[in-house]
Design a protein. Structure first.
Lengths: 218, 236
Protein backbone atom coordinates (compact mmCIF):
# COMPACT_ATOMS: atom_id res chain seq x y z
CA UNK A 1 0.00 0.00 0.00
CA UNK A 2 1.40 3.36 -0.98
CA UNK A 3 -0.03 6.66 0.17
CA UNK A 4 0.55 9.87 -1.74
CA UNK A 5 -0.20 12.69 0.61
CA UNK A 6 2.41 14.77 -1.17
CA UNK A 7 0.20 14.74 -4.30
CA UNK A 8 -2.83 15.86 -2.29
CA UNK A 9 -0.98 18.47 -0.23
CA UNK A 10 -1.44 21.36 -2.72
CA UNK A 11 -5.21 20.69 -2.73
CA UNK A 12 -5.48 20.83 1.05
CA UNK A 13 -6.59 24.52 1.21
CA UNK A 14 -9.23 23.78 -1.45
CA UNK A 15 -10.64 20.86 0.56
CA UNK A 16 -10.49 22.65 3.91
CA UNK A 17 -12.31 25.65 2.43
CA UNK A 18 -15.26 23.27 2.12
CA UNK A 19 -15.47 23.27 5.89
CA UNK A 20 -16.77 26.84 5.64
CA UNK A 21 -19.61 25.64 3.40
CA UNK A 22 -20.36 22.73 5.76
CA UNK A 23 -20.43 25.08 8.76
CA UNK A 24 -22.59 27.60 6.91
CA UNK A 25 -25.23 24.93 6.20
CA UNK A 26 -25.02 23.63 9.78
CA UNK A 27 -25.22 27.02 11.49
CA UNK A 28 -28.04 28.45 9.35
CA UNK A 29 -30.02 25.19 9.70
CA UNK A 30 -29.49 25.29 13.45
CA UNK A 31 -30.70 28.88 13.64
CA UNK A 32 -33.89 27.75 11.94
CA UNK A 33 -34.22 24.33 13.56
CA UNK A 34 -33.81 25.24 17.23
CA UNK A 35 -36.42 28.03 17.53
CA UNK A 36 -38.83 25.98 15.43
CA UNK A 37 -38.02 22.99 17.64
CA UNK A 38 -39.04 25.00 20.71
CA UNK A 39 -42.31 26.03 19.06
CA UNK A 40 -43.04 22.47 17.94
CA UNK A 41 -42.25 21.20 21.45
CA UNK A 42 -44.75 23.71 22.88
CA UNK A 43 -47.34 22.49 20.38
CA UNK A 44 -46.72 18.94 21.60
CA UNK A 45 -47.50 19.88 25.20
CA UNK A 46 -50.29 22.28 24.28
CA UNK A 47 -53.81 21.93 25.70
CA UNK A 48 -55.12 22.12 22.11
CA UNK A 49 -55.59 18.58 20.77
CA UNK A 50 -55.36 19.80 17.15
CA UNK A 51 -51.98 21.42 17.79
CA UNK A 52 -50.70 18.29 19.51
CA UNK A 53 -51.89 16.13 16.64
CA UNK A 54 -50.36 18.38 13.96
CA UNK A 55 -47.04 18.42 15.82
CA UNK A 56 -47.05 14.62 16.06
CA UNK A 57 -47.82 14.25 12.33
CA UNK A 58 -45.02 16.67 11.47
CA UNK A 59 -42.50 14.77 13.58
CA UNK A 60 -43.69 11.44 12.28
CA UNK A 61 -43.20 12.51 8.63
CA UNK A 62 -39.74 13.99 9.11
CA UNK A 63 -38.56 11.09 11.25
CA UNK A 64 -40.20 8.47 9.09
CA UNK A 65 -38.57 9.35 5.75
CA UNK A 66 -34.89 9.46 4.77
CA UNK A 67 -33.27 12.87 4.93
CA UNK A 68 -31.93 12.39 1.40
CA UNK A 69 -35.47 11.86 0.09
CA UNK A 70 -36.59 15.03 1.85
CA UNK A 71 -33.65 16.95 0.37
CA UNK A 72 -34.43 15.70 -3.16
CA UNK A 73 -38.11 16.57 -2.78
CA UNK A 74 -37.29 20.12 -1.70
CA UNK A 75 -34.68 20.57 -4.42
CA UNK A 76 -36.20 18.79 -7.40
CA UNK A 77 -39.93 19.01 -6.68
CA UNK A 78 -40.13 22.65 -5.60
CA UNK A 79 -39.63 24.03 -9.15
CA UNK A 80 -42.19 21.53 -10.50
CA UNK A 81 -44.80 22.34 -7.83
CA UNK A 82 -44.30 26.10 -7.46
CA UNK A 83 -42.32 27.25 -10.47
CA UNK A 84 -39.67 28.64 -8.13
CA UNK A 85 -36.08 27.71 -9.02
CA UNK A 86 -34.85 26.86 -5.55
CA UNK A 87 -31.10 27.09 -4.97
CA UNK A 88 -29.10 24.26 -3.41
CA UNK A 89 -28.44 26.50 -0.40
CA UNK A 90 -32.16 27.19 0.11
CA UNK A 91 -33.14 23.55 -0.39
CA UNK A 92 -30.39 22.35 1.93
CA UNK A 93 -31.06 24.81 4.73
CA UNK A 94 -34.82 24.29 4.47
CA UNK A 95 -34.53 20.51 4.59
CA UNK A 96 -31.97 20.40 7.39
CA UNK A 97 -33.86 23.00 9.46
CA UNK A 98 -37.23 21.30 9.13
CA UNK A 99 -35.72 17.88 9.78
CA UNK A 100 -33.79 19.14 12.81
CA UNK A 101 -36.99 20.78 14.09
CA UNK A 102 -38.62 17.35 14.33
CA UNK A 103 -35.76 15.82 16.31
CA UNK A 104 -34.96 18.79 18.53
CA UNK A 105 -38.65 19.27 19.38
CA UNK A 106 -38.69 15.80 20.92
CA UNK A 107 -35.62 16.59 23.01
CA UNK A 108 -37.01 19.97 24.12
CA UNK A 109 -40.46 18.51 24.87
CA UNK A 110 -38.90 15.88 27.13
CA UNK A 111 -36.77 18.58 28.77
CA UNK A 112 -39.76 20.83 29.48
CA UNK A 113 -41.89 17.97 30.77
CA UNK A 114 -39.11 16.84 33.11
CA UNK A 115 -39.33 20.16 35.00
CA UNK A 116 -41.37 19.86 38.19
CA UNK A 117 -44.94 21.08 37.73
CA UNK A 118 -44.44 23.12 40.92
CA UNK A 119 -42.15 25.50 39.02
CA UNK A 120 -45.07 26.47 36.77
CA UNK A 121 -47.32 26.83 39.84
CA UNK A 122 -44.83 29.02 41.71
CA UNK A 123 -44.36 31.27 38.67
CA UNK A 124 -48.13 31.46 38.12
CA UNK A 125 -48.83 32.50 41.72
CA UNK A 126 -46.11 35.15 41.44
CA UNK A 127 -48.01 36.52 38.45
CA UNK A 128 -45.65 35.55 35.64
CA UNK A 129 -47.32 34.91 32.26
CA UNK A 130 -46.94 31.66 30.30
CA UNK A 131 -44.19 33.14 28.10
CA UNK A 132 -42.37 34.80 30.99
CA UNK A 133 -42.43 31.49 32.87
CA UNK A 134 -41.24 29.58 29.85
CA UNK A 135 -38.45 32.00 29.03
CA UNK A 136 -37.06 32.71 32.47
CA UNK A 137 -38.03 29.68 34.58
CA UNK A 138 -38.66 26.56 32.50
CA UNK A 139 -36.36 26.76 29.45
CA UNK A 140 -33.18 27.69 31.37
CA UNK A 141 -33.69 24.63 33.58
CA UNK A 142 -34.70 22.42 30.66
CA UNK A 143 -31.67 23.43 28.56
CA UNK A 144 -29.36 22.47 31.41
CA UNK A 145 -30.88 18.98 31.46
CA UNK A 146 -31.02 18.44 27.70
CA UNK A 147 -27.71 20.03 26.73
CA UNK A 148 -25.99 16.69 25.95
CA UNK A 149 -28.91 15.57 23.76
CA UNK A 150 -29.00 18.94 21.99
CA UNK A 151 -25.28 18.73 21.29
CA UNK A 152 -25.85 15.30 19.76
CA UNK A 153 -28.47 16.85 17.52
CA UNK A 154 -26.03 19.58 16.43
CA UNK A 155 -23.38 16.95 15.70
CA UNK A 156 -25.90 14.93 13.68
CA UNK A 157 -26.86 18.02 11.74
CA UNK A 158 -23.22 18.75 10.92
CA UNK A 159 -22.64 15.20 9.70
CA UNK A 160 -25.87 15.08 7.74
CA UNK A 161 -25.00 18.32 5.99
CA UNK A 162 -22.63 16.17 3.89
CA UNK A 163 -25.73 15.09 1.95
CA UNK A 164 -25.72 18.51 0.29
CA UNK A 165 -22.74 17.28 -1.73
CA UNK A 166 -25.18 15.11 -3.70
CA UNK A 167 -26.63 18.33 -5.13
CA UNK A 168 -23.16 19.53 -6.15
CA UNK A 169 -22.66 22.05 -3.33
CA UNK A 170 -18.89 22.39 -2.72
CA UNK A 171 -18.80 21.35 0.91
CA UNK A 172 -16.01 19.45 2.65
CA UNK A 173 -17.05 16.05 1.25
CA UNK A 174 -17.74 17.29 -2.27
CA UNK A 175 -14.35 19.04 -2.48
CA UNK A 176 -12.53 15.95 -1.34
CA UNK A 177 -14.36 13.96 -4.02
CA UNK A 178 -13.37 16.52 -6.66
CA UNK A 179 -9.72 16.21 -5.65
CA UNK A 180 -10.04 12.41 -5.55
CA UNK A 181 -11.30 12.22 -9.11
CA UNK A 182 -8.70 14.70 -10.34
CA UNK A 183 -5.78 12.87 -8.79
CA UNK A 184 -7.18 9.31 -8.91
CA UNK A 185 -6.45 9.04 -5.21
CA UNK A 186 -9.35 8.33 -2.86
CA UNK A 187 -8.15 7.49 0.60
CA UNK A 188 -6.07 10.62 1.16
CA UNK A 189 -8.63 13.34 0.28
CA UNK A 190 -11.45 11.44 1.99
CA UNK A 191 -9.28 11.02 5.07
CA UNK A 192 -8.70 14.78 5.09
CA UNK A 193 -12.48 15.33 4.90
CA UNK A 194 -13.05 12.86 7.74
CA UNK A 195 -10.41 14.55 9.91
CA UNK A 196 -12.04 17.92 9.11
CA UNK A 197 -15.47 16.69 10.30
CA UNK A 198 -13.99 14.97 13.33
CA UNK A 199 -12.03 18.06 14.43
CA UNK A 200 -15.09 20.31 14.31
CA UNK A 201 -17.22 17.74 16.13
CA UNK A 202 -14.57 17.32 18.83
CA UNK A 203 -14.39 21.11 19.24
CA UNK A 204 -18.19 21.26 19.65
CA UNK A 205 -18.12 18.41 22.18
CA UNK A 206 -15.39 20.09 24.24
CA UNK A 207 -17.25 23.41 24.19
CA UNK A 208 -20.44 21.62 25.27
CA UNK A 209 -18.62 19.92 28.15
CA UNK A 210 -17.25 23.26 29.35
CA UNK A 211 -20.72 24.82 29.09
CA UNK A 212 -22.29 21.87 30.89
CA UNK A 213 -19.79 22.19 33.74
CA UNK A 214 -20.43 25.93 33.98
CA UNK A 215 -24.19 25.41 34.09
CA UNK A 216 -23.83 22.69 36.67
CA UNK A 217 -21.99 25.03 39.02
CA UNK A 218 -24.38 27.92 38.36
CA UNK B 1 -62.34 39.93 54.45
CA UNK B 2 -62.04 36.83 52.25
CA UNK B 3 -65.38 35.28 51.50
CA UNK B 4 -66.20 31.96 49.86
CA UNK B 5 -69.74 31.23 48.78
CA UNK B 6 -70.90 27.77 47.80
CA UNK B 7 -67.66 26.58 46.21
CA UNK B 8 -67.78 23.37 44.21
CA UNK B 9 -64.83 21.67 42.54
CA UNK B 10 -64.52 18.23 41.05
CA UNK B 11 -61.85 16.29 39.17
CA UNK B 12 -62.83 13.42 36.89
CA UNK B 13 -66.34 13.17 38.38
CA UNK B 14 -65.08 13.00 41.93
CA UNK B 15 -66.18 15.90 44.10
CA UNK B 16 -63.23 17.54 45.86
CA UNK B 17 -64.93 20.66 47.28
CA UNK B 18 -68.58 20.32 48.14
CA UNK B 19 -70.51 23.52 48.78
CA UNK B 20 -67.86 25.34 50.82
CA UNK B 21 -68.74 28.72 52.32
CA UNK B 22 -66.80 30.77 54.88
CA UNK B 23 -65.64 34.26 55.79
CA UNK B 24 -62.11 35.02 56.97
CA UNK B 25 -61.42 38.48 58.41
CA UNK B 26 -58.28 40.48 57.63
CA UNK B 27 -55.64 40.37 60.31
CA UNK B 28 -56.39 36.77 61.25
CA UNK B 29 -54.68 33.43 60.82
CA UNK B 30 -56.91 30.51 59.80
CA UNK B 31 -55.94 26.88 59.60
CA UNK B 32 -57.56 24.53 57.11
CA UNK B 33 -57.40 21.31 59.06
CA UNK B 34 -58.34 17.86 57.86
CA UNK B 35 -57.01 14.46 56.89
CA UNK B 36 -55.24 13.76 53.58
CA UNK B 37 -57.68 14.02 50.69
CA UNK B 38 -60.06 16.27 52.60
CA UNK B 39 -59.74 19.00 49.96
CA UNK B 40 -57.71 21.54 51.93
CA UNK B 41 -54.89 21.78 49.38
CA UNK B 42 -57.40 22.09 46.54
CA UNK B 43 -59.20 24.86 48.42
CA UNK B 44 -55.87 26.63 48.87
CA UNK B 45 -55.11 26.20 45.15
CA UNK B 46 -58.50 27.71 44.30
CA UNK B 47 -57.81 30.71 46.57
CA UNK B 48 -54.36 31.11 44.99
CA UNK B 49 -56.05 30.96 41.57
CA UNK B 50 -54.03 27.94 40.48
CA UNK B 51 -57.35 26.12 40.05
CA UNK B 52 -60.68 27.55 39.02
CA UNK B 53 -63.75 26.53 40.99
CA UNK B 54 -66.54 24.83 39.03
CA UNK B 55 -69.11 27.08 40.67
CA UNK B 56 -69.38 29.45 43.61
CA UNK B 57 -67.80 32.78 44.43
CA UNK B 58 -64.51 33.78 46.02
CA UNK B 59 -64.20 37.45 46.92
CA UNK B 60 -61.74 39.64 48.81
CA UNK B 61 -62.98 43.00 50.14
CA UNK B 62 -66.02 42.46 47.92
CA UNK B 63 -63.96 42.01 44.73
CA UNK B 64 -63.79 38.68 42.89
CA UNK B 65 -60.38 37.08 43.50
CA UNK B 66 -60.00 36.54 39.75
CA UNK B 67 -59.64 40.28 39.08
CA UNK B 68 -57.14 40.99 41.87
CA UNK B 69 -53.57 41.79 40.79
CA UNK B 70 -50.97 39.03 41.15
CA UNK B 71 -49.30 40.71 44.12
CA UNK B 72 -52.53 40.42 46.17
CA UNK B 73 -51.90 36.75 46.92
CA UNK B 74 -48.69 35.12 48.09
CA UNK B 75 -48.27 31.40 48.48
CA UNK B 76 -45.66 29.23 50.16
CA UNK B 77 -45.74 25.74 48.68
CA UNK B 78 -45.27 22.46 50.46
CA UNK B 79 -42.18 21.72 48.32
CA UNK B 80 -41.17 25.44 48.33
CA UNK B 81 -40.68 25.43 44.52
CA UNK B 82 -37.78 27.85 44.55
CA UNK B 83 -36.22 28.47 41.14
CA UNK B 84 -33.05 26.35 41.33
CA UNK B 85 -31.17 28.21 38.58
CA UNK B 86 -31.47 31.55 40.35
CA UNK B 87 -29.73 32.81 43.46
CA UNK B 88 -31.73 33.46 46.61
CA UNK B 89 -31.81 37.19 45.82
CA UNK B 90 -32.91 36.56 42.23
CA UNK B 91 -35.66 34.25 43.48
CA UNK B 92 -37.06 37.15 45.45
CA UNK B 93 -36.73 39.98 42.94
CA UNK B 94 -37.34 38.16 39.64
CA UNK B 95 -41.15 38.37 39.50
CA UNK B 96 -41.53 41.92 40.87
CA UNK B 97 -39.00 43.12 38.29
CA UNK B 98 -40.52 41.18 35.38
CA UNK B 99 -43.96 42.47 36.27
CA UNK B 100 -42.64 45.99 36.89
CA UNK B 101 -44.14 45.98 40.37
CA UNK B 102 -40.92 47.50 41.72
CA UNK B 103 -37.75 49.03 40.35
CA UNK B 104 -34.49 47.16 40.85
CA UNK B 105 -33.20 49.37 43.66
CA UNK B 106 -36.41 49.04 45.68
CA UNK B 107 -36.79 45.33 44.97
CA UNK B 108 -33.25 44.53 46.07
CA UNK B 109 -33.54 46.73 49.14
CA UNK B 110 -36.82 45.07 50.12
CA UNK B 111 -35.37 41.60 49.39
CA UNK B 112 -32.29 42.25 51.54
CA UNK B 113 -34.43 43.58 54.40
CA UNK B 114 -36.54 40.41 54.30
CA UNK B 115 -33.49 38.14 54.07
CA UNK B 116 -31.98 39.90 57.06
CA UNK B 117 -35.21 39.53 59.00
CA UNK B 118 -35.21 35.79 58.29
CA UNK B 119 -31.52 35.37 59.13
CA UNK B 120 -30.57 34.71 55.51
CA UNK B 121 -28.50 37.79 54.76
CA UNK B 122 -25.38 35.75 54.06
CA UNK B 123 -27.27 33.44 51.69
CA UNK B 124 -28.35 36.08 49.14
CA UNK B 125 -25.83 34.98 46.51
CA UNK B 126 -26.30 31.24 47.08
CA UNK B 127 -28.47 28.90 45.05
CA UNK B 128 -31.42 27.00 46.57
CA UNK B 129 -29.51 23.73 46.20
CA UNK B 130 -26.98 24.99 48.74
CA UNK B 131 -29.60 25.65 51.45
CA UNK B 132 -31.14 23.48 54.17
CA UNK B 133 -34.89 22.70 54.18
CA UNK B 134 -35.63 25.36 56.78
CA UNK B 135 -33.62 27.97 54.91
CA UNK B 136 -35.42 27.10 51.66
CA UNK B 137 -38.74 27.59 53.36
CA UNK B 138 -37.73 30.99 54.74
CA UNK B 139 -36.61 32.02 51.23
CA UNK B 140 -39.98 30.83 49.88
CA UNK B 141 -41.75 32.93 52.54
CA UNK B 142 -39.59 35.94 51.72
CA UNK B 143 -40.36 35.48 48.01
CA UNK B 144 -44.08 35.47 48.75
CA UNK B 145 -43.77 38.49 51.07
CA UNK B 146 -41.68 40.81 48.92
CA UNK B 147 -44.73 42.44 47.30
CA UNK B 148 -46.48 42.56 50.70
CA UNK B 149 -49.61 40.60 49.70
CA UNK B 150 -52.74 41.06 51.81
CA UNK B 151 -53.46 37.33 51.45
CA UNK B 152 -50.74 34.83 52.36
CA UNK B 153 -51.24 31.10 51.92
CA UNK B 154 -49.20 28.21 53.32
CA UNK B 155 -49.61 24.69 51.99
CA UNK B 156 -48.48 22.11 54.58
CA UNK B 157 -45.69 24.31 55.95
CA UNK B 158 -44.19 21.61 58.16
CA UNK B 159 -44.44 18.46 56.08
CA UNK B 160 -41.10 18.88 54.28
CA UNK B 161 -39.23 19.78 57.46
CA UNK B 162 -37.76 18.20 60.53
CA UNK B 163 -40.54 17.65 63.15
CA UNK B 164 -38.42 19.54 65.68
CA UNK B 165 -38.84 22.67 63.60
CA UNK B 166 -42.64 22.81 63.97
CA UNK B 167 -42.60 25.40 66.74
CA UNK B 168 -40.00 27.51 64.86
CA UNK B 169 -42.26 27.58 61.81
CA UNK B 170 -45.25 28.39 63.98
CA UNK B 171 -43.34 31.32 65.56
CA UNK B 172 -42.32 32.52 62.12
CA UNK B 173 -45.90 32.40 60.83
CA UNK B 174 -47.12 34.18 63.95
CA UNK B 175 -44.55 36.91 63.36
CA UNK B 176 -46.08 37.58 59.93
CA UNK B 177 -49.45 38.41 61.41
CA UNK B 178 -50.52 41.96 60.69
CA UNK B 179 -53.83 43.86 60.75
CA UNK B 180 -53.74 44.19 56.95
CA UNK B 181 -52.81 40.61 56.21
CA UNK B 182 -54.88 37.47 56.20
CA UNK B 183 -53.05 34.17 56.53
CA UNK B 184 -54.43 30.75 55.67
CA UNK B 185 -52.52 27.56 56.45
CA UNK B 186 -53.51 24.18 55.04
CA UNK B 187 -52.16 21.54 57.40
CA UNK B 188 -52.83 18.18 58.88
CA UNK B 189 -50.47 18.98 61.72
CA UNK B 190 -52.44 19.81 64.89
CA UNK B 191 -49.50 21.52 66.53
CA UNK B 192 -49.16 24.14 63.78
CA UNK B 193 -52.88 24.91 63.93
CA UNK B 194 -52.79 25.12 67.73
CA UNK B 195 -49.76 27.40 67.82
CA UNK B 196 -50.71 29.80 65.04
CA UNK B 197 -54.38 29.89 64.14
CA UNK B 198 -57.18 32.09 65.42
CA UNK B 199 -59.81 30.16 63.50
CA UNK B 200 -60.02 26.50 62.46
CA UNK B 201 -61.79 25.34 59.32
CA UNK B 202 -62.12 21.57 59.51
CA UNK B 203 -62.68 19.77 56.21
CA UNK B 204 -63.45 16.16 55.47
CA UNK B 205 -64.20 14.65 52.07
CA UNK B 206 -64.55 18.10 50.55
CA UNK B 207 -67.11 19.31 53.09
CA UNK B 208 -66.46 22.14 55.56
CA UNK B 209 -67.59 20.40 58.72
CA UNK B 210 -66.57 22.98 61.29
CA UNK B 211 -65.59 26.61 61.27
CA UNK B 212 -64.85 27.68 64.82
CA UNK B 213 -62.42 29.73 66.91
CA UNK B 214 -59.36 27.67 67.82
CA UNK B 215 -60.19 27.48 71.50
CA UNK B 216 -63.69 26.13 70.86
CA UNK B 217 -62.57 23.70 68.20
CA UNK B 218 -59.89 22.07 70.32
CA UNK B 219 -61.86 22.21 73.58
CA UNK B 220 -65.17 20.98 72.25
CA UNK B 221 -65.41 20.03 68.58
CA UNK B 222 -69.06 19.98 67.51
CA UNK B 223 -68.95 17.21 64.91
CA UNK B 224 -68.21 13.54 65.51
CA UNK B 225 -65.79 13.52 62.60
CA UNK B 226 -63.70 16.34 64.11
CA UNK B 227 -63.73 14.61 67.53
CA UNK B 228 -62.56 11.40 65.88
CA UNK B 229 -59.82 13.25 63.94
CA UNK B 230 -58.56 14.96 67.10
CA UNK B 231 -58.67 11.75 69.10
CA UNK B 232 -56.76 9.81 66.46
CA UNK B 233 -54.03 12.44 66.29
CA UNK B 234 -53.81 12.85 70.04
CA UNK B 235 -53.44 9.09 70.50
CA UNK B 236 -50.84 8.77 67.78
Amino acid sequence: MTLHFETIWPSLPFIIAGLGVTLKFTCVSLLGGLPLGILLALAKISHQAVLRWLAQVYTSIFRGTPLLVQLFIFYFATPQLTGYAISTFEAGVLTFSLNSTAYSSEIIRAGIQAIDRGQWDAAHVLGLSYWQTLKSIILPQAVRNILPALVNEIVDLLKESALISTLGEADLLRRSQIVASEKFLFFEPLLIAAVGYYSVIMAISILAKVLERKLKHA
Amino acid sequence: MLEAQNLFKSFHNSIILNDISFKIPAGSISALLGPSGSGKSTLLRCISRLEAVDSGKLTFQGQPLSILPSHAIGMVFQGFHLFPHMTVLQNLVHAPLQLKQMNRVNAELQAKTLLEKFGLKSKAAQFPGQLSGGQKQRVAIARALIVNPPILLFDEPTSALDPEMVSDIADLIQSLKSPTRLIIIATHELQVAKLTADQILFLDHGVLIENAPKKDFFAKPQSKRAQQFLNNLTIS
